[in-house]
Ligand binder design. Structure first.
Ligand code: FE2
Length: 165
């Protein structure tokens, strides 16, 4: 398989994180449904659609790297698998929707951080197409992170801190 530059490999990683985000939001959506929280279900549906669009845009851009698409997508698949393992370790049958949003806080922070790394590399490489993708994706990922944090705090405020967990 073709060797990847650091820039190409980071593009694969953000693509893989977007794939993992689709699975993670799906899992947390299930917890929100169990809680009859329609507002959170709607919020997660939007996050999931945006993750799907992020993945699509990354995949499209990978196709513009002559002869590298397969290797970039392989990098994406590996990253997705690592992130899926983290999800499985973190969320189990005991988990509730607050646990779900706490996981999303970690995952979305990691995702936003990766996009910032890609932003810097695209700037150094003067890779304008990648820069364009970053300027679309980074604000969305930062919003996902803020949403996950704020929702976790909101859910925490609804819980009785003295009740047995
Ligand atoms: Fe995200």
């Amino acid at each position: 398989m073709a060797d990847l530059t650091n820039l190409e490999s980071k593009l694969g990683e953000v693509a893989g994180l977007a794939m993992a985000a689709k699975t993670a939001t799906q899992k947390v959506m299930k917890l929100a449904r169990e809680d009859d929280n329609d507002m959170l279900v709607a919020l997660l549906e939007r996050m999931q659609e945006e993750a799907a669009e992020t993945e699509q845009r990354c995949t499209d851009l990978a196709g513009d790297f002559e002869g590298k698409k397969t290797a970039i997508l392989e990098e994406a698949r590996e990253t997705k698998e690592k992130a899926s393992r983290m999800l499985e370790i973190y969320l189990d049958e005991e988990s509730d929707v607050l646990d779900g949003f706490e996981f999303l806080t970690m995952a979305e922070a990691g995702e936003a951080g990766h996009w910032e790394v890609l932003e810097q590399m695209a700037r150094s490489a003067k890779a304008s197409q990648v820069e364009q993708l970053v300027s679309w994706a980074l604000p969305i990922q930062q919003r996902h992170f803020e949403t996950a944090r704020e929702t976790s705090a909101k859910l925490a405020s609804d819980e009785d801190p003295n009740e047995e967990s």
